[in-house]
Design a protein around this ligand. Structure first.
Ligand SMILES: NC(=O)c1ccc[n+]([C@@H]2O[C@H](COP(=O)([O-])OP(=O)(O)OC[C@H]3O[C@@H](n4cnc5c(N)ncnc54)[C@H](O)[C@@H]3O)[C@@H](O)[C@H]2O)c1
Length: 383
């Protein structure tokens, strides 16, 4: 049994996602468990070098997590032949350019979504990766959430019969930043910085819908800026000039209809911050991040419309929770491990830059639908 070293250049790890999900919950956790086990008994140990603009911040982050290598010099990091994988979780705006630089330096790529701000750049990055013959992967974390894994089990078991419709509710109140700090970075609300909920969330909805319910064939999307003024990290007011909510309907291959509301301007009264309600001829289910509840046709209550009496049925009590059937790991970590196995033993890995580009394709189509006030078809993506 041998240990192999994977040198990873990790960019954008002082940010929210980079630090919490990718560094701490994924790479540091994989190191703590002794690496990723391969089929032949070998283990792959990630050896990251953290890259950031602020030396003090990166050094402190590295030290706090027992990581010895850090730098502010991305070019030098890319020149090091011993670090073969480039990872990026910095702002969306910079991503496509950074990926192109890393591909030109011969690195394999793993990165956050969206892979680019527009489809042209997303396809160009995927083409460059293909030409260079490197391996690549994109974060599609929602697929590895326990709630969605349980939903997938129900689909695979034929629980739903014919799936008719999917209703997704994503969102929560993101504070404006005046009397209490916002929970999201201010660039999310500025067009010039790559912000906007359509670009952010439709990338997720593409892989969720494609992988669980049927390929997205067309979209009708209405975006809106509900809150035009917010306060940034330095308590300064700024103009929020992008969509902070999107109301989108999707037609899927196979005939199911999906409608997903995405909003940073809604107050939660539902099971989780995101829920997917699936209705089929034989049963229905509601999945959140961790849990999933189902109701079969034979267990479906029989409501009768009568506004004159208080509702006699406690609807929430008529659903059964789908039990845990595995030890669910953090979804980001699970995908990192799959990607590492793909690098070292050629294990199948579907979620490439091409899949990432499909997410951008849907986001761009959503923006266009909003602008042109019409349905937009989603053609097969050629790379
Ligand atoms: N998979 C998911 O569920 C998910 C969730 C949220 C965000 N994201 C994606 O992750 C990325 C980061 O989002 P976040 O919420 O962590 O943002 P963030 O603002 O918290 O972090 C951004 C990071 O980029 C760095 N950065 C910003 N400008 C830079 C510049 N000019 N040069 C170099 N570095 C720069 C920052 O220092 C920070 O490390 C985005 O692309 C976003 O779409 C994914």
């Amino acid at each position: 049994m041998a240990q192999q070293r994977l040198g990873i250049i990790m960019n954008g790890v002082t940010g929210r996602m980079g630090m919490n999900q990718h560094l701490i919950r994924s790479i540091v956790a994989i190191r703590a468990q002794g690496g990723v086990a391969l089929k032949n008994g070998d283990r792959v140990m990630p050896d990251p070098i953290l890259v950031g603009r602020n030396a003090a911040k990166v050094e402190q982050l590295a030290k706090a997590h027992g990581i010895t290598r850090w730098t502010t010099d991305l070019n030098a990091a890319l020149r090091n032949k011993d670090d073969t994988l480039f990872f990026d979780a910095a702002t969306t705006k910079l991503r496509a350019k950074l990926l192109r630089r890393a591909i030109a330096a011969g690195k394999d790529i793993y990165c956050e979504k969206p892979v680019a701000e527009n489809l042209k750049d997303a396809v160009a990055v995927a083409q460059a990766a293909k030409k260079a013959g490197i391996r690549h992967g994109v974060v599609q974390d929602k697929l590895f959430l326990p709630g969605l894994l349980k939903l997938k089990t129900l689909i695979d078991a034929g629980f739903f019969g014919r799936i008719l419709a999917v209703r997704g509710e994503f969102g929560y109140w993101v504070f404006e930043g005046d009397w209490q700090p916002a929970q999201r970075p201010s660039w999310n609300y500025r067009k010039k910085d790559g912000g906007g909920i359509i670009l952010d969330m439709l990338c997720h909805w593409r892989y969720v819908l494609d992988n669980l319910f049927g390929e997205v064939k067309s979209v009708s999307c209405l975006g809106v800026t509900h809150i035009p003024k917010r306060w940034d990290e330095n308590d300064k007011p700024y103009k929020a000039d992008v969509d902070d909510a999107a109301y989108a309907t999707f037609q899927l291959a196979g005939g199911a209809i999906a409608h997903i509301n995405s909003s940073w301007c809604t107050r939660v009264r539902r099971d989780d911050l995101v829920t997917f309600h699936v209705d089929g001829t034989h049963g229905s289910a509601v999945a959140g991040l961790q849990k999933c509840w189902s109701q079969a046709l034979v267990n479906t209550p029989r409501p009768v419309w009568n506004p004159d009496v208080p509702q006699p049925i406690n609807f929430f009590a008529t659903w059964s929770e789908v039990p845990d059937s595995a030890n669910y790991d953090n979804g980001f970590k699970a995908e990192w491990e799959m990607f590492i196995r793909h690098l070292y033993e050629g294990a199948p890995f579907k979620w490439t830059l091409i899949e990432g580009a499909k997410g951008v394709q849907l986001a761009e189509a959503g923006l266009r639908s909003w602008k042109e006030r019409r349905w937009i078809d989603i053609p097969p993506l050629k790379v």
